[in-house]
Design a protein around this ligand. Structure first.
Ligand SMILES: Cc1cc2nc3c(=O)[nH]c(=O)nc-3n(C[C@H](O)[C@H](O)[C@H](O)COP(=O)(O)O)c2cc1C
Length: 415
């Protein structure tokens, strides 16, 4: 896929720059033509000679060329961007993110970012200390670039150059290559989810007993967030309605925070008509206290009785009134009754697909980072997936949803 493709690697002044000659080499081995745009900061961390040798091209630094050398391209600051089929910026420093967001153009990297042809993929890999990454300025610049259509890949967690451990690491070169292939592939072959409105509910809900206590569950929201992230990557317009969780909003996803099932219900209803696909991954509390106590209940009584009443079933409500072409996807977390109960839910709620997962809190279900899903379609077709990371499981679920979109004649439509 990469054979003959023209790829620019922009390298900034972060410690992770030392990994980039390997990235250049991997791309060259795949048959890509690689040119490197190295910032002044970047040149402090990786040698220009190493990069020139592995790319077999001069390294691009300043936009001001020497005037005394024959054959010099005086407008290299424009032609480099025009040449490229894709731009990777790895590592992207806080400084360069700010420059790119503001449209500054004072070196070859920032110039080629601006002169890149429309529609060419830009993959940006911010890498820095975790606190730096989470700072409001860096997050603001990241959002700006994401809304411009750049793909920003969140840094990974792990050992950092500072000796600390946490968020901030640049992904390994092999993984960067994977992102590039995915991006080039997705621009040539669009997902049926492209430009579809996808609503995902995630996380737990909290049902007030009194002003300081609530009924809830162990849901971490990780599965729903992974689905939202994967759908956004495939070009969907994603709205994520989430209960209280401790998770970062995925790039390109619109997030609505709610607390109770009633709040989630009213937020979700706003999208019932306009969404093409509704994925109910939230662990919505089935019941809520009938009459939450105002203020804090006193502990004078030996025994108290809290009457619970049923909450609305948000997904079932959507599913039972959906228009032809709209898809309703559910989850069934079961402890004992298992797959049969999931099938029953699918039929009762008239879902298009249900993802059944067994609850063991070690490899599958709430809180953990992996899941073991069994997908059951409305036609009864059952697909057992192995233990996967929640991101990979989300990918498989979306593959199944794409098949449903295709068999719908790709006409998942608004009502
Ligand atoms: C030892 C050292 C390591 C650094 N690592 C990073 C880093 O990982 N990420 C980052 O954003 N900035 C890092 N910086 C700061 C940048 O090098 C600095 O902001 C520089 O101006 C970036 O220039 P550039 O964006 O033009 O490459 C580091 C600085 C030093 C001295």
């Amino acid at each position: 896929m990469l054979r003959g493709k023209n790829i620019i690697i922009g390298i900034c002044g972060g410690i992770a720059a030392y990994k980039t000659p390997l990235l250049v080499r991997l791309l060259k081995k795949r048959g890509a033509n690689v040119r490197v745009a190295l910032t002044e900061g970047g040149s402090r961390f990786v040698s220009e000679l190493a990069l020139a040798t592995v790319s077999e091209e001069p390294v691009y630094r300043s936009i001001f060329p020497p005037t005394h050398t024959e054959g010099t391209d005086f407008t290299g600051h424009i032609s480099l961007g025009e040449w490229a089929d894709a731009l990777i910026i790895a590592p992207a420093t806080a400084n360069t993110l700010a420059k790119l967001g503001a449209g500054l153009c004072d070196d070859m990297l920032t110039a080629c970012f601006i002169t890149l042809r429309p529609g060419k993929p830009v993959l940006i890999f911010p890498a820095m200390d975790g606190q730096m990454f989470l700072s409001p300025s860096v997050q603001r610049n990241i959002k700006t670039l994401a809304t411009q259509g750049c793909r920003l890949i969140s840094p990974e967690s792990g050992e950092l150059a500072s000796g600390q451990s946490g968020l901030g690491r640049m992904p390994e070169p092999e993984s960067i290559l994977g992102y590039l292939e995915e991006e080039l592939f997705s621009t040539t072959q669009r997902s049926p989810l492209y430009d579809k409105s996808v609503v995902v509910t995630a996380g737990p809900t909290r049902e007030k007993i009194d002003g300081v206590r609530f009924i809830s569950n162990y849901s971490s929201g990780k599965m729903g967030f992974a689905i939202a992230r994967a759908a956004a990557k495939r070009g969907a317009r994603v709205t994520l309605i989430t209960g209280p969780v401790h998770l970062e909003t995925p790039f390109g996803v619109e997030r609505l925070d709610v607390e109770s099932a009633a709040e989630m219900h009213s937020a979700a209803r706003r999208f019932f008509n306009s969404s093409n696909i509704f994925v109910g991954a939230a662990a919505v509390s089935d019941y809520r206290p009938l009459a939450p106590y105002e203020g804090k209940m006193k502990k004078d009584e030996q025994e108290i009785v809290v009457t619970l009443i049923k909450n609305p079933d948000i997904l079932a409500e959507f599913s039972l009134q959906k228009a032809p072409g709209q898809l309703a996807i559910g989850f069934a977390l079961e402890t004992e009754t298992g797959l049969d109960n999931a099938r029953k839910k699918l039929l009762e709620k008239k879902l298009d697909l249900i993802a059944f997962n067994f609850f063991d809190r070690k490899t599958s279900g709430f809180e953990v980072d992996t899941n073991i899903l069994t997908l059951v379609g409305s036609d009864g077709v059952t697909t057992e997936l192995p233990q996967l990371t929640k991101d990979d499981a989300a990918g498989k679920l979306l593959d199944a949803i794409e098949i449903l979109c295709r068999s719908n004649g790709n006409n998942t439509q608004k009502k």
